[in-house]
Design a protein around this ligand. Sequence first.
Ligand code: HMG
Length: 390
Amino acid sequence: MKIGIDLISFHTPSYVLDLRTLAEKRGVDPDKFVIGIGQERMAVVPPDQDIVTLAANAALPLLDKAGRDNIELVIFATESGVDQSKAAACFCQGLLQLPSACRCIEVKEACYGATASLRMAAAMVAARPHTRALVLAADIARYDLASPGEPTQGAGAVAMLVSAHPRVLALDPETGFYTEDIMDFWRPNYRDEALVDGKYSTRMYLTTLLEAWKNYKAASGRALLADHAHFCFHLPFTKIAYKSFERLCKAEGVPLPSKEELDRLLEPALLYNRQTGNTYAACVYEALASLLDNAPGQLDHQRIGLFSYGSGCMAEFFSGVVQKGYRQHLFTDAHRAMLDSRTPVTYRQYEDIFNYGVPKDGADHVFAPYRGGPFRLAGIKDHKRRYEAK
Ligand code: HMG
């Protein structure tokens, strides 16, 4: 029985900062951001959006299309949680009017959480094939202002419906994973911004890629180029996809394809991330949505290789086969319209929003409405977050 992603939908905030504007302010050559790390814009999250609203905004079109029946599990993967106790999935269960006979939990392992969630969801569906699971991944990537990580900030959410007989991507059972206890990137509870050893984290990403690939190859017997039509990597910045693929080719003793062929293999999956920045847990699935929406030819029956990395660290290489007729089940037009209609912000507006944050003094608060999807954070009252549908 095939199990996998039946529908996938992506959402990002309605405000955006051009990295050339940031480069000018920081006195950096804009080519460092645009060419050196491969990023053009970063999503800017207005005060009335958080991971709950981003994820609910991603999920609504998907649920409107697929209905809510038999959804028995909602897993929310994030490292930007809004509460130390209540799962963000519970807020979404209410906002999205999901069934009450449903398990709702939150999962964390940096950017890897969504892949763990997808595997758990697939296992539940395998045990009870008449049920479905909703996997939500949403994050807001924040680093200190003027730090090396700043141009890689971003925000976004992906919602995936997991079912038997999926219409978009059937997951292969073979997978390769690898973990190691390291401190490359982390965010202590008392900080809003992540701490990171940037160069070390990039080295560990590439090292664990090879370990996870080795384990995947041993489990599946598949070859890098002969058996995979495209690749989706976790994308802290898009340039890393090229570095990753180069490493894999070297490890396999395969000559690096021409620039034209490399772009064909990798570029369609990079288009959305280059416009949003790092979306942490959502990243590799944002890349998948980007690939499915933007690959020039038909991908029916083609196998996609995916690499998920979460700092700390946890890595997994896995794969899935695109299903025949997948195109008619995508949200391509909505994704493109959302990215094209974002409001650019000035540097001053970006910094004001960055510093606004959510009040932490426990007092009641009302959030002014900004542009965004159907759900917003309206306020905090009696220490409770109050969400509303517009
Ligand atoms: P940096 O020190 O600002 O940049 O840090 P750099 O000096 O290394 O330059 C970056 C690239 O730009 C280099 O290319 C330069 O040559 C090039 P490379 O040698 O790497 O190929 N460059 C230029 N190119 C064209 N024109 C120019 C120019 N100038 C320089 N004028 C770093 C970069 C990524 C480390 C930094 O942005 C950072 O710390 N980012 C945050 C951490 C991160 O993204 N780590 C990635 C792996 S860890 C991960 O993916 C997990 C994560 O998503 C979190 C989670 O799991 O939850 C982060």
